[in-house]
Design a protein around this ligand. Structure first.
Ligand code: CP
Ligand code: NVA
Length: 290
């Protein structure tokens, strides 16, 4: 069985810690690794992306490899070619491939039949590559992950779920504050709160994501209303630890889930976090194609 990365739970705690440290090393020396020399990596995008595409395409290049971007309208998959056949054929050409798609069933089926590693570039359920970059950012800000309190405020979505699974495994304390109906499920590594003020007390990181994820557009108005008290602003940050920083995986909607003051202010590490996607994913690709 090849090494897949679908939810992040495939990596042990030690592997995660090593991967985060490796990402920080690669950030200091971006051309230090030729792990993908002579190899190609498939990148299938069935949903829009700015950061994920940029960071994977440039990251594969920096590792000496060839990124192959595949759009759904250009693939036979969209004309009914079986998922199994798609996985077989991709596996004959690339050293690994990733997909950004809707439900989690498609990536699971691809992984079932692929003979090369498959990685998740965002599904409705998970965004584990984002969580890796988040943890790299926490480690470079605080020097450790152990016991760092990371509070996610807002919709209990794919980004929150990956943070809970991957962050708790790496040693951080993950809290999620969300209103009823938008809460993350219990038992995946996060302590659940309804009151954002209570959840950010003592937090080192205050994290948020969009209120309307890709695929949730039909319920946009009710989501905005339900989540209106879950905005990350200066007043909420003031309730966190003195050294607290704000994170956001982006794209942001200033005025909704985060204020412009926080997004462009001096208590955020959001733009470093966006850059860290590339470094984290390079460390992941090194591990997967080893
Ligand atoms: N954070 C993130 O995954 O951004 P994109 O949707 O632009 O890839
Ligand atoms: N939760 C968001 C993340 C975007 C990077 C979405 O799925 O659209």
């Amino acid at each position: 069985m090849p090494r897949h990365f679908l939810t992040g739970a495939e990596l042990s705690r030690d592997e995660l810690i090593a991967l985060i440290d490796r990402a920080i090393e690669l950030k200091a020396a971006p051309h230090a690794s030729r792990a993908l020399e002579g190899k190609s990596v498939g990148l299938i995008f069935q949903k829009p992306s700015t950061r994920t595409r940029l960071s994977f395409e440039t990251g594969v290049f920096e590792l000496g490899g060839n990124p192959v971007i595949l759009r759904p309208d250009e693939m036979q998959l969209s004309r009914g070619e079986p998922v199994r056949d798609t996985a077989y054929v991709l596996s004959r050409h690339v050293a690994a491939f990733g997909i950004r798609t809707h439900g989690d069933e498609l990536i699971e089926e691809l992984a079932q039949y692929a003979t090369v590693p498959v990685f998740n570039m965002l599904t409705a359920g998970h965004h584990p590559c984002q969580a890796l970059a988040d943890l790299v950012t926490v480690k470079e800000t605080f020097g450790t992950l152990d016991g760092v309190v990371l509070t996610y405020v807002g919709d209990g979505n794919n980004v929150a779920r990956s943070l809970a699974i991957v962050g708790s495994r790496a040693g951080a304390e993950i809290r999620v504050a969300a209103p009823e109906g938008y809460q993350l499920e219990d038992g995946i590594g996060a302590e659940l709160f309804e009151d954002p003020a209570e959840a950010v007390r003592g937090a080192n990181v205050v994290y948020t994501d969009v209120w309307v994820s890709m695929g949730d557009e039909e319920t946009a108005a009710e989501r905005r209303a339900a989540l209106a008290d879950y905005r990350v602003d200066d007043a909420l940050l003031d309730l966190a630890a003195d050294d607290a920083v704000a994170l956001h995986d982006l794209p942001a909607h200033p005025g909704d889930e985060i204020t412009a003051e926080v997004l462009y202010g001096d208590r955020q590490r959001i733009w470093d976090q966006a850059e860290n996607r590339r470094h984290a994913q390079k460390a992941l690709l090194e591990l997967l194609v080893r």
